[in-house]
Design a protein around this ligand. Structure first.
Ligand code: CAA
Length: 411
């Protein structure tokens, strides 16, 4: 079903600001921060000053309440200049969604205004060494002690760890329960016992830290329990991922467009056999395919963002489709862009190699593309009930294998 995609004037304004910042602060520093594996604070400050962190925060808490389509547009523009910076921005939305979706009024007032202002950065701590795709299998433990929770354990692959001030941490609060085992608790930077340990040395998205976060008897007041109701954590995590996946998909569209832009400029300039390589039909085919895929991904992403924003029953399916399709496209387009660049594409002297390295993680984080396909297929199977009227058009034989007892008489 097509979803009503609205580009409000505010959305256009935010996207235009993002594009300006991307060209002024993000693209020029991209190679430097990638090489040094350092956070691009200048660009983050420019994003804050332009009010872009307000995009995903509701109006009541100092945000623009601009919605997920606007968030997708802003992320896409930033990622077009540097996919790594795209996630450095979007991960703040990912970490904020548990508070926005599940927090109490007091919690929203406590944390969201400073996130909107870009004064505080956020991280989302779900994955662990032994709990990646199987998010429900996590083991970091939060034990009640008087008015507090005491958190023990380790989280893995915390994007923005160290930079972030606010961490949405998913913990086991009731190991005996199957459906209400997990709760989300906010831990603030500086809390005793909380530390960033291993800073990962990554293939791509090197301008944003990905770290292990360690919790050594971290004591936080119960009022940091998101929603102040335990057992809601897995639901909050899944709802958060539904909201955030169109964002990572938008990062992928930006990444694909960024690689395509460079490939077109190069193909028009690079001469072989006496003409620019863009005159050769095989190169034209590659460029055309890259452009078609990127455009198809873009509109699926906007459609998914609109579906999630309007709380469509197809929310999880659309979010998963956009994430899976757009990130596969980003990897394909980045691969082909390197091919168009030939030998130059393989060298770290030019940004195209970085586009390729940055693209791979898109197919892995915020749910691998295998998990996205599981989510999509589960929805399709559930929705099959609406197609019962087609049962007259499919084979009706009972599906069973032969046993001693049911071999047909004339067989
Ligand atoms: N919204 C609300 N509730 C949901 C939901 C959703 N989208 N999806 C599931 N639930 C609820 C179910 O209704 C069910 O509730 P009950 O127990 O009350 O019946 C409960 O959650 C369990 O659901 P499932 O049985 O479907 O759960 P599952 O164990 O089979 O897992 C999964 C489903 C889709 C595989 C899920 O584990 C998943 O999404 N895994 C991937 C995790 C992931 O994306 N990790 C990314 C980490 S973040 C990251 O990468 C960020 C970064 O670095 C930038």
């Amino acid at each position: 079903m097509p979803h009503d995609i609205k580009f409000t004037p505010l959305c256009e304004e935010l996207a235009a600001k993002a594009r300006e910042i991307a060209e002024k602060y993000v693209r020029p520093g991209a190679a430097k921060y990638d090489k040094a594996q350092e956070y691009n604070w200048d660009a983050a400050r420019a994003v804050a000053e332009a009010g872009l962190f307000r995009t995903f925060i509701p109006k009541e808490y100092g945000g623009h309440g601009a919605g997920l389509v606007a968030l997708a547009r802003v992320t896409e523009e930033l990622a077009r200049a540097d996919s790594g910076f795209g996630v450095a921005f979007a991960v703040n939305a990912l970490g904020s969604f548990p508070i926005i979706l599940g927090g109490t009024e007091e919690q929203k007032k406590r944390w969201l205004p400073s996130i909107a202002a870009g004064e505080k950065f956020v991280a989302f701590c779900l994955s662990e060494k032994f709990a990646g795709s199987d998010a429900g299998g996590l083991s970091v433990r939060a034990t009640e002690d008087g008015d507090d929770y005491v958190i023990c354990g380790e989280k893995k692959w915390t994007t923005n760890g160290g930079v972030a001030d606010i961490y949405s941490v998913f913990c086991v609060t009731d190991p005996t329960s199957k459906s209400r085992r997990i709760s989300a608790i906010v831990v603030e930077k500086g809390t005793k016992g909380f530390s960033v340990k291993k800073i990962e040395d990554k293939m791509g998205i090197r301008c944003v830290p990905v770290v292990e976060t360690h919790f050594d008897h971290v004591r936080v007041p119960k009022r940091n329990l998101i929603g102040e109701r335990d057992g809601m954590g897995f639901r909050h995590a899944m709802m958060t991922l539904d909201q955030a996946r169109p964002g990572v998909a938008a990062q992928a569209v930006g990444a694909a467009q960024g690689a395509l832009d460079l490939a077109i400029v190069y193909a028009n300039r690079r001469q072989q056999f006496g003409v620019p390589i863009s005159n050769h039909q095989m190169v034209q085919k590659m460029l055309a395919d890259m452009a078609m895929k990127t455009e198809a991904a873009r509109w699926l992403v906007y459609s998914a963002a609109a579906a999630v924003e309007s709380q469509s029953p197809a929310t999880s399916k659309m979010a998963a489709m956009a994430k899976c399709f757009a990130t596969d496209v980003a990897m394909e387009v980045a691969t082909d862009a390197v091919q168009v660049f030939g030998g130059y594409g393989y060298m770290e002297d030019y940004p195209i190699a970085k586009c390729f390295r940055d693209a791979k993680i898109l197919q892995i984080y915020e749910g691998t593309n295998q998990i996205q396909r599981v989510v999509i297929a589960r929805h399709l199977i559930k929705e099959a009930g609406e197609l019962e009227h087609l049962s007259a058009y499919i084979p009706r034989e009972v599906q069973q294998s032969y046993t001693e007892d049911n071999i047909p008489v004339d067989a």
